[in-house]
Ligand binder design. Structure first.
Ligand SMILES: CC(C)(COP(=O)(O)OP(=O)(O)OC[C@H]1O[C@@H](n2cnc3c(N)ncnc32)[C@H](O)[C@@H]1OP(=O)(O)O)[C@@H](O)C(=O)NCCC(=O)NCCS
Length: 173
């Protein structure tokens, strides 16, 4: 378990799965990330995340609000197909928890973890170009625009915006 000022970052628990499935079935939340998931897909993703964390010590962990134990969503580091040599930092919160800085707070922890504990040389963040809220999180974290590219997700092409941060940049901010 890891903590930030307001948050607890930890593997998924069975008691998260209803709230995780609810946010994964919300078209607003899933608009830029492949569309709503079924309950089975949502459960499978949580199980995969926990297995990945056990095996590799990185992944998209659950985000819990320390004050009241509310399950907010998930965030963390992941390896995606398009840039397999560079881990990505990412975030996904239930709609009702947008607008409080929770995604940025969790992600700042995962950047620090990636650079100081995993000793990564660089971390990317990749989003569908119209996903302005996600790009705003990248900027808030101090990541900088890297490039755009047409990437493939489940057989469909999308225009991605890629921000990045190097270990050198992390250690001076
Ligand atoms: C992307 C996503 C996580 C961004 O959520 P968010 O709430 O906008 O981002 P943060 O949690 O960092 O919150 C920032 C907002 O909280 C406000 N805020 C309030 N208190 C704050 C605090 N203590 N610290 C920082 N920001 C704070 C900021 O001003 C900002 O508000 P604004 O958007 O009105 O300018 C959210 O939109 C989401 O889950 N989207 C669906 C999934 C998705 O697309 N994920 C990305 C895939 S690449």
């Amino acid at each position: 378990m890891r903590t930030t000022e307001r948050l607890i970052l930890r593997p998924f628990q069975d008691t998260d799965l209803d709230a995780w499935a609810a946010l994964n079935s919300d078209p607003d939340v899933m608009r830029y990330i492949g569309g709503p998931l079924t309950r089975a897909e949502s459960d499978r993703e949580a199980a995969g995340i926990n297995a990945g964390w056990e095996a590799e010590r990185f992944g998209f962990l659950a985000i819990e609000r320390a004050a009241d134990g509310a399950f907010l969503g998930a965030g963390g580091l992941s390896r995606e197909v398009w840039y397999p040599d560079t881990l990505e930092v990412g975030w996904r919160l239930a709609r009702e928890y947008w607008g409080h800085g929770y995604a940025s707070e969790a992600a700042a922890h995962w950047l620090a973890y990636g650079f100081t504990e995993l000793k990564l040389p660089r971390i990317n963040s990749v989003t569908d170009t119209p996903n302005e809220r996600s790009i705003a999180v990248m900027r808030r974290l101090g990541m900088t625009f890297d490039h755009t590219a047409d990437l493939d997700f489940d057989g469909e092409s999308f225009n991605a915006t890629i921000y990045s941060m190097t270990a050198e940049a992390f250690h001076v901010i």
